[in-house]
Ligand binder design. Sequence first.
Ligand code: T6T
Length: 316
Amino acid sequence: SNNAGSSNSGQSSSSTASAKSTGDGKSYTMALVPGLTTDPFYITMNNGAQAEAKKLGVKLLFQGATAMTASDQLPVVNSLISQGVNALLVAPADANALTPPLKTAAQQGIKVVTVDTSVSDTSFLTAAVTSNNYQGGEAAADALAKASNGKGEVAVINFDKGVTTADARRAGFMAEIKKYPGMKVVADEYCNNSETTADSDVSSILLAHPNLVGVFGTNLYAAVGSGQAVKSSGKAGQVNVIAYDAEPEEIQDIKDGLIYGTVAQNPYQEGQLAVEYAYDSLTGKNTFPKSTQLENLVITKQNVNNSSTQNWIYAT
Ligand code: T6T
């Protein structure tokens, strides 16, 4: 207790007091809690959110962990609630584990907006902003079927279980791939957001299924790791990788023929909208949609160099 100005304790301090002054509509403090702070997807989202916050004169914190787990997010969320932020924009790392503190926050008048991932019980949310992840999974299945002329064995490398985006992508993929009678899913695994695990999973799958024609990596870590495994097995071009997201490395992999295509999202706009809707709610303008699903863009060698595609590439 040597410096009141740097207090993180949640006790009264000047920064806590200003974050709580909700009456004037001018000094709102919001916090964006991403899935993980080091991920280009969430970095791009933060860029969009900060741009919108600046426009509206809102203070926006960006706080989270470097691992996408509920246990890493819980202390961050709890600390922001006790600091008295006006709005929490959060990408929950689990569809259920974050619900109790988020619900408490909403009961205290904090606007809770999920962005990217969400929660199973959405009743207490101010808004939910995400991409159409089910459609993204379907689009991945169509791209994989196209790349392999509608036949062959394929694998799915999911990034996590119990995360709404991951589960929706997998569900969309599994439903759509059934429409191709020649395609068969022979492996359905989880890499826990680790490129290294995705790499070793796919290396084993390639040994067990020498006729494999394709892999769907359901986020950037799953996809980049899958691409590495295909490359080191010497099967680039023979085993088609369909990725998710549009990190610069994935875009380069498409140009190099290591990844056949990717389902790109628009995290910048997700961040913008989350701030906008939270602000609208705080200022009593309740005309925004409660649930928003943005469109994806499938990027392949065909359109990777188009000027309109360049806007979809994530920041790092
Ligand atoms: O695919 C995105 C995001 O949509 C997902 O929820 C978690 O992984 C990413 O952040 C990419 O790493």
